[in-house]
Design a binder for this molecule. Structure first.
Ligand code: ZN
Length: 290
């Protein structure tokens, strides 16, 4: 069930959409111009509608094909074209809203721990590839190494954007550092394997999770270049765990119910610690026995 959910989050259309976005946002089609272009079309739709409603359905000898002597088909054509234009402008505006605005984070970064609500907040795609993004990735690597991690996602440092970093060696200067922006999985292997995972947002908790052995992904690098990548074994494992974070899925939700039972007290302990630390009720609690 979880796999189906993940696949459905990655329709090819949305990847294509993202593909064109950096050009869109580098100023070739500024936001202001898309608003001004929509205005005359909006007016046209309204005025045509009004004239049609005032006259009612035409029943003159010249028949259904005309209103005030003007061919209705033509008018309808203009109207639907205008409406289409208007709708596509609305869609563009919506897409713009869906992107992350300028990155905001405070240094030094800190690990956000379960059940902090930032682990469940929507992670917006990134379309500004600047020094601030590079700095965030660098700081995430530093924090990851300090905390003995091999992968870290932006929501885990309280920044709700589509960014992850990982290095299977888990040590600065060793292995390979990978930074992925707006990653999407487009293929999973059928073969799965069980592996014991931990998560920096769940200190001291380790348990088995089953996942596909390999994945094919597409993503942007930190400079804004799109690429595809095949990942297998440990790399695929780390990626999928971090990718889940970007989809607001936490690793205990991937566990077999029997496995989940073994870590339930530890999860509840984290919920209690959160309440003591913040003086607020836990935003979520691990669900009851299944
Ligand atoms: Zn994690």
């Amino acid at each position: 069930m979880a796999m189906t959910k993940m696949v459905s989050l990655n329709p090819p259309a949305s990847s294509a959409l993202r593909g064109s976005s950096p050009f869109f946002f580098n100023g070739l089609l500024p936001f202001a111009s898309s608003i001004s272009r929509s205005s005359p079309q909006t007016t046209k739709v309204i005025s045509l509608k009004a004239s049609f409603q005032a006259k009612g359905p035409p029943n003159s000898p010249r028949g259904i094909g005309s209103v005030n002597g003007v061919n209705l088909k033509l008018r309808m054509g203009v109207m639907s074209q205008a409406r289409r234009g208007f709708l596509s402008e609305l869609r563009k505006m919506k897409e713009e809203e869906d992107f992350a605005s300028e990155l905001q984070y405070e240094l030094p970064l800190k690990i956000v721990k379960y059940p902090d609500s930032r682990l469940r907040a929507k992670n917006k795609p990134i379309n500004i590839f600047d020094e601030k993004l590079q700095r965030l990735a660098d700081e995430m690597f530093d924090l990851m190494y300090k905390t003995d991690g091999v992968g870290l996602s932006a929501p885990q440092v309280g920044v709700n954007v589509q960014l992850m970093v990982f290095n299977p060696a888990g040590e600065s200067g060793k292995g390979e550092e990978v930074i992925l922006v707006n990653p999407e999985i487009y293929k999973y292997s059928k073969r799965k394997e069980v592996f014991t995972e931990g998560c920096l947002s769940f200190p001291e908790i380790y348990a088995d999770v089953e996942r596909p052995m390999s994945v094919k992904i597409e993503a942007w690098d930190v400079k804004g270049k799109k690429f595809i990548l095949s990942l297998k074994e440990f790399n695929a494992r780390i990626f999928q765990h971090e990718y889940d974070h970007l989809q607001r899925i936490l690793f205990f939700e991937r566990m077999h119910p029997d496995i989940l039972e073994t870590i339930r007290p530890a999860l509840q302990d984290l919920e209690q610690k959160y309440e003591i630390r913040t003086g607020m009720p836990a935003p979520e609690r691990v669900k009851g026995h299944i």
